[in-house]
Design a protein around this ligand. Structure first.
Ligand code: G6P
Length: 611
C-alpha cells in the first residue's frame, strides 16, 4: 500500500524515480509525486497514475541527483493533487514520503495547530513532517535526531523517507511495519518499498528492520535503532532478474502470470520433490518439523487469496495428516483474543509477506507462545522474517493485483507440507504417498494443458461479459476454488460474484437463480461428484446458465451444462491447482472485454500494509 522510491548518488534522479514508481504502482495508484533536490527543493504531484504525473512534469527541467517519489493508495484524505506525496514541512525546507498510518496524528495535529502551524493537506504524513520540523526547531538538534525523537512519539505504522535542502547530502529513511529496502551501489543508494525499482542498478540490498533509521550521508550508509544503537548493515544478494518484472510480450501482467504457472509451480517443486525416488523435503521446515508433526491443531492465517489457499490446506492437513485445522482471517483473529494452546502451530500464508493484519496476527500468536511458520513469496519480506520457520513459494515477482501464480505456489507448498507431516506421522500409506508425489510432479505439465483452454474460455467470457451477477459453486477441495474464482471476477471486472459450497446453494443463493444467472460449477470427478451433478440439475431446473469445469472426458455434465471446460484428471487433493486456471482466465477475459484496468483494478492494492 503506497510505493516509495528514493535515490541519492551521481545519476539524474528523475528517470530512476519515475521508472521505480511504475514498478511500484501495483502498491497504490490513486496519485503520485516526486521531489528533486538541486539547490532548490521542488515537488511535483498529481492525482491519477504515474503516467499522469509523467505528463504533468514533461515540460519541466527535472534535474537533481537526490530525489524521492511516491505512488499513493489513499488512507487519510481523498486522492487529489494536494493529498498526494511528497509533503513539505511548514517552512518548506524538508519533504517526506510516507507509507502507513500515523494513528495518533490527530493529537499531534492539534498540538501543532495550537502552536500556529497550518496544514495544506488532510494527510497524517504532513503532520509527521511538521512535527519533525517543530522538534528540530525547539531542540535545536540535527534532522536525524529530530526524526528519532518524533518517531519515538508516533503510534502506528510507517515507512518514510525525508530529504532537506538544509542538508543536501543527507537522506533519512525509517520503518515500522511497512517495508523498506535499500539498494547499495557504488557511491549511490536506492531506497524502495520492494526491490523491483532497484534490481536494474544493483543486486546488493539491505532490508531495514522495524524501529530502524537509515542515514545516508556523504556516500555512507549508517543504520541505527530508535535508541541510537548503531547496527551493522547486513547486505543480501538479490536473485531476481529484470525479465521477471517486465511484461515479456503479454498485454497484462496478470495474463503473463497466469501463463507462467507451469514454470512457477515447477520452480516451487524443484529440489524439493523427486517423485521417482520418493523424495520430498522442505529445507526451511527441518528445524521445527517435530512441532508440526506433534501439533494438536494448526491455525492457518491469511487474507484474500492467501486465505483461500488456507481453506484448501484445511482439507489437505485434515485428510492427509489428520491434524485439526482452523482457517482464520488474520484481521479477525488478531482482535479476538484467540485461544492458543501449547501444541498449537500457527501457519501464516502471504504472497507479499507484508500484509499488515497477517503480520499483527503473527505477533499476537507469538506473544502467546505459538511456533509460527510462514508460506510467502517475497523473499526477505517482513513475514518470513517474523516467523520461526517456513518455506518460500518461489513464484517470482507477482505484479498483477489479482493474485494468480502465488495461489498455485501456495497450494504447492501447502500440499508438500501436508504430505511431509502425514508421512512422518504415518497417517498416509506408503502407496498413497508415492501416488500423490507422482501426481504432484505432473502438475506443471497439466497446468500447461489447462492453459490450452484459453481460446475456449475467451469464447465463454464473450457470452457472459455483460452479466451483472455470477455464482460459483464447488464442494470439498473445490469449494475454496469457487471462492477464489468469484474473488477474481469481482476484483478485476467489478461484476458481483458469490462463491458458495454447492450444497449450501439450497439455503439461499438458489433464490437468485433465473435465466439471467451464470453459475460456474467446479465439478471434477472426485468424491462429491454425484452430489455436484445433482446440484447442477437443480440449477438447470431453474433455468440458470451453467458453466462447468469438469474432468477431461466427462460426458454426463457435458449433456447438462451450457458450457463445459475440461481440465486434466488429477488426484482429488490436487484438483484446485488445475481447476483454478480456467477461472483465472475467465475473469481475465471478462475484465478485458469490459474495458477494465486488469492489472490495477479500482480501489485495490497488491500489498495491504494498513489494517
Ligand atoms: C490484497 C491483494 C490480494 C491478496 C491479499 C493478501 O488484497 O489484492 O491479491 O490475496 O491482499 O495479500 P498477501 O500478500 O498477504 O497474500
Amino acid at each position: 500500500m503506497c510505493g516509495i522510491v528514493a535515490y541519492t548518488g551521481y545519476r539524474e534522479a528523475y528517470p530512476i524515480l519515475i521508472k521505480g514508481l511504475k514498478r511500484l504502482e501495483y502498491r497504490g495508484y490513486d496519485s503520485a509525486g516526486i521531489a528533486l533536490l538541486n539547490g532548490d527543493l521542488r515537488v511535483y504531484k498529481k492525482k491519477g497514475k504515474v503516467s499522469d504525473l509523467e505528463q504533468f512534469v514533461s515540460q519541466d527541467k527535472l534535474e537533481g541527483n537526490i530525489g524521492i517519489g511516491h505512488t499513493r493508495w489513499a488512507t487519510h484524505g481523498e486522492p487529489n493533487d494536494i493529498n498526494a506525496h511528497p509533503h513539505y514541512s511548514a517552512n518548506q525546507n524538508m519533504v517526506i514520503i510516507h507509507n502507513g498510518i500515523i494513528e495518533n496524528y490527530n493529537v499531534l495535529k492539534q498540538d501543532l495547530l495550537n502552536k500556529g502551524y497550518h496544514f495544506v493537506s488532510d494527510t497524517d504524513s504532513e503532520v509527521l513532517i511538521t512535527f519533525i520540523e517543530d522538534i528540530q526547531k525547539n531542540a535545536e538538534c540535527s534532522l536525524e535526531e529530530a526524526v528519532r525523537l518524533a518517531l519515538q512519539k508516533v503510534v502506528g505504522a510507517y515507512a518514510i523517507v525525508i530529504i532537506s535542502k538544509n542538508d543536501p547530502r543527507l537522506v533519512i529513511a525509517a520503518r515500522k511495519g511497512s517495508p523498506l529496502v535499500i539498494g547499495v551501489g557504488k557511491d549511490e543508494y536506492f531506497i524502495a518499498s520492494d526491490a523491483t525499482p532497484i534490481i536494474e542498478y544493483t543486486n546488493e540490498v539491505v532490508y531495514l528492520d522495524d524501529h530502524e533509521i537509515a542515514i545516508i550521508k556523504d556516500k555512507k550508509l549508517e543504520i541505527k535503532t530508535l535508541d541510537s544503537i548503531i547496527k551493522a548493515p547486513y547486505v543480501h544478494k538479490l536473485e531476481m532478474d529484470l525479465e521477471a518484472i517486465e511484461k515479456g510480450g503479454f498485454e497484462h501482467f496478470m495474463l503473463k502470470e497466469i501463463f507462467e504457472q507451469p514454470k512457477s509451480v515447477a520452480d516451487c517443486l524443484r529440489g524439493r520433490l523427486n517423485a521417482g525416488e520418493g523424495h520430498l523435503q522442505l529445507g526451511g521446515l527441518t528445524e521445527y518439523i517435530n512441532r508440526l508433526v506433534s501439533a494438536d491443531r494448526i491455525i492457518l492465517l491469511g487474507c484474500g487469496t492467501s486465505w483461500h489457499a488456507g481453506l484448501v490446506a484445511e482439507y489437505l492437513f485434515e485428510e492427509l495428516a489428520r491434524i485439526p485445522v482452523e482457517v482464520e482471517y488474520a484481521s479477525e483473529f488478531r482482535y479476538r483474543n484467540p485461544v492458543i494452546r501449547e501444541n498449537d502451530v500457527v501457519l501464516a500464508i502471504s504472497q507479499s509477506g507484508e500484509t499488515a493484519d497477517t503480520l499483527a496476527a503473527i505477533e499476537l500468536a507469538k506473544s502467546k507462545g505459538a511456533v509460527i511458520f510462514g508460506v510467502c513469496n517475497v523473499v526477505g519480506s517482513s513475514i518470513p522474517r517474523a516467523t520461526h520457520a517456513g518455506a518460500y513459494i518461489h513464484a517470482g515477482p507477482e505484479i498483477g493485483v489479482a493474485s494468480t501464480k502465488a495461489f498455485t505456489g501456495q497450494l504447492s507448498v501447502l500440499t508438500m507440507m501436508a504430505l511431509i507431516i502425514a508421512h512422518r506421522k504415518g497417517t498416509i500409506s506408503e502407496s498413497k504417498y508415492r501416488e500423490i508425489l507422482v501426481e504432484l510432479q505432473s502438475v506443471p505439465a497439466k497446468i500447461e494443458r489447462a492453459l490450452k483452454l484459453n481460446a475456449q474460455v475467451e469464447y465463454i467470457a464473450d457470452v457472459f461479459k455483460d452479466a451483472t451477477n455470477f455464482i460459483y459453486l464447488g464442494r470439498g477441495y473445490n469449494f475454496p476454488v469457487a471462492l477464489e474464482g468469484a474473488l477474481k471476477l469481482k476484483e478485476i471486472s467489478y461484476i458481483h460474484a458469490e462463491g458458495y459450497p454447492a450444497a449450501e446453494m439450497k439455503h439461499g443463493p438458489i433464490a437468485l437463480i433465473d435465466e439471467e444467472m451464470p453459475v460456474v460449477f467446479i465439478a471434477t470427478k472426485d468424491s462429491t461428484y454425484e452430489k455436484v451433478v445433482s446440484n447442477i440439475q437443480e440449477v438447470k431446473a431453474r433455468r440458470g446458465r451453467v458453466i462447468a469445469v469438469v474432468t477431461e472426458g466427462d460426458k454426463l455434465i457435458k449433456n447438462m451444462a451450457d458450457f463445459t471446460i475440461e481440465i486434466p484428471a488429477i488426484h482429488e487433493a490436487l484438483t484446485p491447482l488445475l481447476a483454478v486456471i480456467p477461472l483465472q482466465l475467465l475473469s481475465y477475459h471478462i475484465a478485458v472485454m469490459r474495458g477494465c484496468d486488469v492489472d490495477q483494478p479500482r480501489n485495490l492494492a497488491k500489498s495491504v500494509t494498513v489494517e
